[in-house]
Design a protein around this ligand. Structure first.
Ligand SMILES: [Zn+2]
Length: 181
């Protein structure tokens, strides 16, 4: 995708296009912020809940734990917890990258800055694809450049190498509409 800004696209210049908007989350458990007054700890996926419980067990401050298989399991609870968040509170989320992206979009929307939360990715095998046509999100083991069926509108979506922080997923656009251009 070319945008007429007149700026040199560095990634094109070196021939290695990269998903510049993809956050790089550590696969290491974060160090608790010693200045935190309280923590919201979220553990998701296969390993996330146990790791989150271990991690929270070492905190010497008040802590709220939320765990589930997927972000959708804790979506409402996360929103409620964010409503009660005060200055000095921190968030730690441990789980699959696809869920962390959705959590980060909620934290960003709630006005948290990156210094206020820490993420640990336990797996990168799945992607969340955000459909630009119907706004549904689709979880898939496909990779960027692949085509996946939208869970909402059933379009064939081309998975762009661009992550929307706002939407919490990779952008998916109609694969056949692209061919017609
Ligand atoms: Zn769709």
């Amino acid at each position: 995708m070319k945008v007429g800004t007149g700026k040199t696209d560095v990634t094109d210049a070196v021939g290695a296009p990269a998903p510049l908007s993809l956050p790089r989350w550590s696969d290491q458990l974060p160090t608790p912020d010693p200045r935190a007054l309280a923590y919201l700890v979220i553990g998701l996926g296969e390993d996330g809940p146990a790791l989150a419980a271990q991690w929270a067990g070492r905190l010497n401050m008040p802590c709220t734990m939320l765990t589930g298989d997927r972000f959708s399991d804790v979506d409402a609870a996360v929103s409620a917890a964010l409503d009660r968040l005060l200055v000095g509170h921190r968030v730690c989320a441990i789980g699959p990258e696809a869920d962390l992206l959705l959590i980060a979009s909620r934290l960003d929307a709630a006005g948290l800055i990156e210094a206020e939360y820490a993420m640990c990715a336990t797996s990168t095998s799945d992607l969340t694809v955000y459909c630009v046509h119907c706004s549904a999100t689709t979880r898939t083991a496909a990779r960027t450049g692949d085509i996946v069926i939208c869970s909402g509108c059933r379009r064939h979506l081309y998975i762009d190498a661009h992550v929307s922080r706002l939407r919490g997923g990779y952008l998916g656009t109609d694969a056949y509409a692209q061919e017609l251009r």
